[in-house]
Unconditional design. Structure first.
Length: 173
């Protein structure tokens, strides 16, 4: 259709002639209310941003020579983070001679991964990064994030009858 005829049709229908695919042969145009189109696409983009999940990465640092009780405490923190729906970056820091024994850190990370298999999976396997060894664990997709609800600190109902003091002529404080 010639451009002139398309512009006439757009003017008659009180719409805009919008070029949809300029690189196509012949170019493809569409009759539409361009202002409405822009508004609706902005609304869709805003809705998509609002529904977008925010990924939080928590970090837990360990040493290769960690006490069993300390390991249990750190493992508990990792489990809590995974239950909340957050990813966890586990870092093992090597110092001095420990750097010559990276297999100790690797074993520790493997043990931690086994201990938390019911809550999450290893997203990136252990990698040596300078003096640190890093592994990222993510929660399973089926896990619903259970954020602890903030305690409702509301005041007791003030509309109820105020307490009467022992002496009626003294104001209540």
């Amino acid at each position: 259709m010639p451009i002139g005829k398309a512009l006439e049709l757009a003017a008659e229908a009180d719409l805009d002639l919008v070029e949809v695919a300029p690189m196509a042969r012949p170019p493809v145009c569409k009759l539409m209310d361009y202002g409405k189109f822009k508004y609706e696409s902005a609304q869709k983009a805003r809705e998509a941003r609002r529904n977008q999940a925010l990924t939080v990465i928590k970090e837990m640092k360990l040493r290769p020579k960690i006490d069993p009780h300390d390991y249990a405490t750190k493992k508990g923190h990792v489990e809590r983070f995974l239950k909340q729906g957050d990813k966890v970056k586990i870092t093992i820091m090597f110092r001095g001679r420990e750097q010559s024994r990276p297999e100790l850190g690797f074993r520790l990370l493997q043990k931690l991964a086994e201990d938390i298999t019911d809550l999450g999976f290893v997203e990136s396997s252990p990698k040596q990064d300078g003096r640190n060894m890093v592994m990222v664990v993510a929660p399973h997709r089926a896990t619903k994030p259970t954020r602890p609800a903030k305690a409702d600190q509301s005041q007791p109902d003030q509309s109820a009858q105020p307490e009467q003091s022992a002496q009626p002529d003294q104001p209540a404080l």
